[in-house]
Ligand binder design. Structure first.
Ligand code: TA6
Length: 297
């Protein structure tokens, strides 16, 4: 299945590789290499020159569309977390859809820009009765910038929750410092009916952890000490962060994560979740963006 884009255009520094039912977009420019899967619109790899991969993908990830690819940057939309209706997928349905390449460009700055699109159809309307157009702009340069544009095509206001559910590759998540969450409203999802508390101190990740931080808009960073790097997350229009690592016990419930692989990643997710939902007026557009960069320690 060749992409209509691939049939029409060839773009410097970009290769389209047809897979079973989707495509891999391989980017190689003067700043970095990156791989994007049209399955889920998910960035799977970002390797800046001289750096290690920023992202982690499970060795036992599934690519047949039966479940989201485990790793990279899954797009949670139009809801984050469990669906309100039983039988609907956690974290929304666009992670399970094949997105289309709308534009691919090599810029005169040497960066590469890819625009992917995902639109409502009969299957999505059966799960969520609203017409939408969702675009993901991926910019590959010294840093990785992801921008998700939601267009409400209906004549009524709609509420969404959303997140970039990013799996960062880290040398050791145990005891890893995560800065920038101080002052936000912490909800510990591993404690039943845990009260919302103000996050007083810097977060130290000791898996298992599944925590939501609301009213959190500033820059967040992961101190990936044993890789001698700090991973910086700059966000726009994001009021929430989520920190997740299953740890040695909960990981056993994930068929697509090896039992020891919890030691290889940390999810620090940026979006608008739970009470930080976004209300889009009729015919309105909303933008959520993150920029990932790395600085040496
Ligand atoms: O973001 C944290 C979380 O909601 C966890 O509760 C865990 O379920 C994780 O996402 C992975 O969810 P997934 O649906 O991708 O298996």
């Amino acid at each position: 299945m060749a992409s209509s884009y691939q049939e029409q255009f060839s773009v410097e520094g970009i290769q389209f590789k047809t897979q079973e039912g989707f495509e891999l977009i391989e980017i190689n420019n003067k700043f970095a290499k990156a791989t994007i899967a049209t399955l889920g619109g998910s960035v799977l790899s970002f390797i800046a020159k001289g750096q290690k991969d920023l992202l982690w993908v499970s060795d036992t990830a599934v690519y047949d569309g039966s479940k989201p690819i485990r790793g990279g940057v899954p797009i949670c939309w139009p809801w984050f977390g469990a669906a309100k209706q039983p039988g609907l997928p956690a974290h929304g349905f666009v992670r399970n859809m094949v997105w289309k390449v709308e534009k691919a460009a090599h810029l005169d700055t040497g960066e590469t820009r890819i625009l992917l699109v995902c639109e409502s159809n009969e299957a999505t309307l059966a799960q969520w009765p609203y017409e939408f157009n969702l675009k993901l702009c991926v910019e590959v340069g010294k840093s990785l910038t992801l921008t998700l544009f939601t267009a409400n095509l209906t004549d009524e206001a709609i509420d969404i929750t959303e997140a970039f559910h990013t799996y960062f590759a880290v040398a050791n998540p145990v005891g890893m410092q995560i800065k920038g969450l101080e002052g936000s409203t912490h909800l510990d999802k591993l404690v039943e009916d845990a009260p919302a508390e103000t996050q007083a101190d810097m977060v130290v990740l000791n898996p298992a952890k599944d925590s939501v931080y609301l009213n959190q808009t500033g820059t967040v960073s992961l101190v990936d000490a044993d890789n001698n790097r700090e991973i910086i997350i700059q966000k726009r229009n994001s009021h929430s962060s989520v920190v997740w690592n299953p740890g040695p016990e909960i990981v056993k419930g994930f068929a697509d994560i090896d039992d020891q692989a919890w030691l290889e990643f940390a999810c620090v997710e940026s979006g608008n979740v739970l009470d930080d939902f976004v209300t889009l007026p009729a015919k309105a557009e909303h933008m959520l963006s993150v920029q990932y960069s790395v600085k040496p320690l």
